[in-house]
Design a protein around this ligand. Structure first.
Ligand SMILES: Cc1cc2nc3c(=O)[nH]c(=O)nc-3n(C[C@H](O)[C@H](O)[C@H](O)COP(=O)(O)O)c2cc1C
Length: 384
C-alpha cells in the first residue's frame, strides 16, 4: 500500500510542480486563492468528488493519531489560519489528508481588506507576502454559514480584532470587540472544537496591541469572565524578543482557559537571512510566510517548551515544507502543526507526503507514536 501511495504522490507532485503551479504562479495570487477555495467548496459538497479527493490525497496511519486537550486528531498536520477565512473548506480538508483546520481569522465586524495588492509571491525565498489586514465577512456571517454544517475533523475558529473601523482602534475598543466576537461564537450552535485568539496580525490600523503584559492581561481577564469552555490557543508573534514572549506567556499561564499557544504568525523582519535579496528589496507592503518564518518560530516553540514544560500545548506553525521541518518542530515541543505556504509551493499531496515522512522519522527514532516524540530535544538536554 505504501508504495502505491508513494507513486500516487510522486505523480500528483510532478503534475502540480510542472503544470499546475507555473500556470497559477503566472496569475494574480488573490484570484488564484479565491478560485482554489471555491473549487474546494464544490469538491466538498458532493459525495463522489469527496471520494475522488480521498483516493488522490488521503493517507492514514495510527502512529500519527493523538488525543490533545480531549480532542481527537487523526494526524498532527492542520491548515493554518488565513487560507479558509470564508469557511468554504470544512467539508473537504479531511479528505485531502489534513488532521484539523482553522477557519478565519474572522473578525467581529466585516472588513473588505487592506487596499490591493494584498498578496504576493517570493518564489526564490519560498515565501508569500501577506497584506490582507483581516479581510472578513464578520462573525455573524461566519456563524450563519457554519451552523448548518457538521465536521469530520476538529475545526478551530480564529478570532482577531475588527480592522478598518474607526470604532475599533484603541485598546479598550479592541478588547470589547474581541469579547463581543467570542460571545457570538459561544452563543452559536457551531460545532467547532477550539479557538485561536489572534493577537499577532501585523497588518492592522490603530494603536491597539496585546504584546505588553498589562494589555494582554486586560484582554484575557475580560475573556475569562465569559467562561469559555472550549480550548483557546493564542496565536503569537515571532518578532518579539525572548524576554517579551516569556512575559506574555507568564500572563497567559495564569488563565486556565488558555490551553496553548501557536508559534507563530508572519515574519516582519525583512533582514531575515532566508530572504533572497533581489526579492525582498522589491517586495511591497506586507509581511511574510514560509521559509523566513521557520527558524524563529521553531526557536520560540523550544523556548516555550523549556520554560513552560507541560503548561501549554504548543502548535508549531511557520515554514513547514517537508517531514523533516515538521519533525524538527515536534521535537522542539509542538504537539500539533499548521501550514499554508508549503502546500502552495509543493502541492496538495505534500500533506500526505509530510505525514508519511513523519511516520518514517518516528519509527527511525524508535518511538511508537508521534506524541512520544513531542519535545524530546528538550528532555534529552535536561537529562544530560
Ligand atoms: C495568505 C495568508 C493569509 C494569512 N492570514 C492569516 C490570518 O488571517 N490569521 C492568522 O492568524 N494568520 C494568518 N496567516 C499566517 C499563517 O496562519 C501562518 O502563521 C504563516 O503563514 C506561517 O505558516 P506557513 O509558513 O506554513 O504559511 C496568513 C498567511 C498567509 C500565507
Amino acid at each position: 500500500m505504501n508504495i502505491i501511495i508513494a507513486i500516487r504522490n510522486y505523480i500528483i507532485g510532478f503534475f502540480y510542480r510542472n503544470v499546475f503551479k507555473p500556470i497559477c504562479f503566472s496569475q494574480d495570487p488573490e484570484i488564484v486563492h479565491d478560485k482554489f477555495t471555491s473549487v474546494g467548496e464544490f469538491l466538498g459538497s458532493h459525495r463522489f468528488t469527496k471520494f475522488v479527493v480521498k483516493c488522490l490525497f488521503l493517507y492514514k496511519n495510527k502512529m500519527l493519531a493523538q488525543n490533545v486537550c480531549d480532542i481527537n486528531f487523526y494526524n498532527p498536520i492542520g491548515l493554518s489560519a488565513g487560507f479558509d477565512y470564508e469557511a468554504k473548506l470544512t467539508q473537504i480538508l479531511s479528505d485531502m489528508g489534513f488532521g484539523f483546520h482553522t477557519v478565519g481569522t474572522i473578525t467581529h465586524l466585516p472588513y473588505e481588506g487592506n487596499p490591493k495588492p494584498r498578496l504576493g509571491r517570493l518564489p526564490k525565498s519560498q515565501s508569500l507576502l501577506v497584506n490582507k489586514g483581516f479581510k472578513s465577512s464578520g462573525a455573524k456571517a461566519g456563524i450563519k454559514k457554519l451552523e448548518k454544517l457538521n465536521f469530520k475533523n476538529p475545526i478551530g475558529i480564529s478570532i482577531g480584532r475588527t480592522n478598518g473601523n474607526e470604532d475599533v482602534t484603541i485598546q479598550s475598543q479592541a478588547v470589547n470587540d474581541i469579547v463581543s466576537s467570542f460571545k457570538l461564537w459561544e452563543e452559536s450552535k457551531v460545532e467547532h472544537s477550539y479557538y485561536e485568539l489572534n493577537i499577532s496580525c501585523p497588518n492592522l490600523f490603530g494603536s491597539a496591541s496585546f504584546y505588553s503584559p498589562q494589555n494582554l492581561d486586560e484582554l484575557l481577564e475580560a475573556l475569562f469572565k465569559l467562561g469559555i469552555t472550549k480550548p483557546v490557543f493564542i496565536k503569537m508573534p515571532i518578532n518579539e524578543l525572548d524576554e517579551s514572549v516569556l512575559s506574555m506567556l507568564k500572563i497567559a499561564s495564569k488563565y486556565n482557559f488558555i490551553t496553548g499557544v501557536i508559534f507563530g504568525n508572519l515574519q516582519k523582519d525583512r533582514s531575515d537571512p532566508s530572504f533572497v535579496k533581489e526579492e525582498i528589496e522589491t517586495a511591497t507592503k506586507g509581511h511574510f510566510s514560509g521559509k523566513p518564518t521557520f527558524k524563529r518560530s521553531t526557536e520560540l516553540i523550544r523556548l516555550t517548551s523549556k520554560n513552560f514544560n507541560k503548561r501549554f500545548i504548543i502548535i508549531g506553525c511557520g515554514g513547514i515544507f517537508t517531514a523533516k521541518d515538521a519533525y524538527e518542530k515536534i521535537k522542539a515541543g509542538a504537539s500539533l502543526l499548521q501550514m499554508i505556504t508549503g502546500m502552495i509551493f509543493n502541492g496538495p499531496q505534500s500533506i500526505s507526503d509530510i505525514n508519511r515522512g513523519l511516520v518514517k522519522l518516528i519509527k527511525k527514532d524508535g518511538y511508537a507514536s508521534v506524541s512520544e516524540a513531542v519535545g524530546v530535544d528538550n528532555k534529552n538536554k535536561f537529562n544530560n
